[in-house]
Write a protein that binds this ligand. Structure first.
Ligand code: VGL
Ligand code: ZN
Length: 205
């Protein structure tokens, strides 16, 4: 199904960080279970990008500042680190977002890499046309990133078994998937991607 279609594709790994995994500060149920799935998927993509929620200690989204969340993903802490089992060898770019105290951001399109480049700029410069989005959490940063990807003109695939939801309300994750699909994203399973795909050559990365 996906044969030969991943040449101009990027795998975007959204916020696979300790604080969004069980025992983390903003734990997502089964958040850690996606790690094995994304580790398997990476090898068929010519480009893999990882992102992080990266807040200062007094961030506006934290309850003490009137925000909705417990403190999480504070820059430089263990909770903000990527899950230790995530394979990083093929990750080419790292983006971080929501780094200033007075502004929150859910979409990874608002983040910057180590050279202060925006995600859209890097993707366009590399000729990427398709985004495969996985990560945490389905109902916040994955949703916002998928919708922004569509708005920025990409063909967007949401890899449904490689994401988990916060589910403040029990069906938030389901609703997020419905919204993605309604706006034009394609919902796929990691197996469908892996089935017809050969490993990407290291040179392509
Ligand atoms: C996220 C809630 C707060 C996310 C980030 O990465 O989905 N959710 N900050
Ligand atoms: Zn956050």
């Amino acid at each position: 199904m996906m044969k030969n279609t991943l040449k101009d594709a990027a795998l975007i790994l959204v916020d696979i960080q300790n604080d969004f995994c069980p025992d983390g500060a903003l734990a997502v149920a089964e958040g850690d279970q996606i790690v094995a799935v994304v580790n398997r998927m990476m090898r068929v993509f010519p480009l893999v990008i990882s992102t992080q929620d990266w807040h200062p200690p007094n961030h506006i989204s934290f309850k003490e500042q009137g925000g909705p969340w417990p403190p999480h993903c504070v820059r430089g802490t263990r909770g903000a680190e990527l899950h230790p089992a995530l394979k990083t060898e093929t990750i080419k770019y790292y983006f971080r977002k929501a780094s200033s105290a007075d502004k929150d951001a859910y979409s990874e399109f608002e983040g910057v890499d180590e050279n202060n480049r925006k995600l859209d700029e890097v993707l366009k410069s590399l000729g990427v046309r398709k985004l495969f989005v996985a990560g945490l959490a389905t109902d916040y940063c994955v949703l916002a990133t998928v919708l922004d990807g569509l708005e920025n003109g990409y063909e967007v695939y949401a890899v449904t078994d490689a994401m988990r939801a916060v589910n403040v309300n029990p069906d938030d994750g389901e609703k997020a998937l419905e919204e993605m699909a309604a706006k034009g994203a394609r919902l796929v399973k990691s197996d469908e991607i892996l089935k017809g795909s050969k490993p990407a050559s290291a040179a392509a990365r």
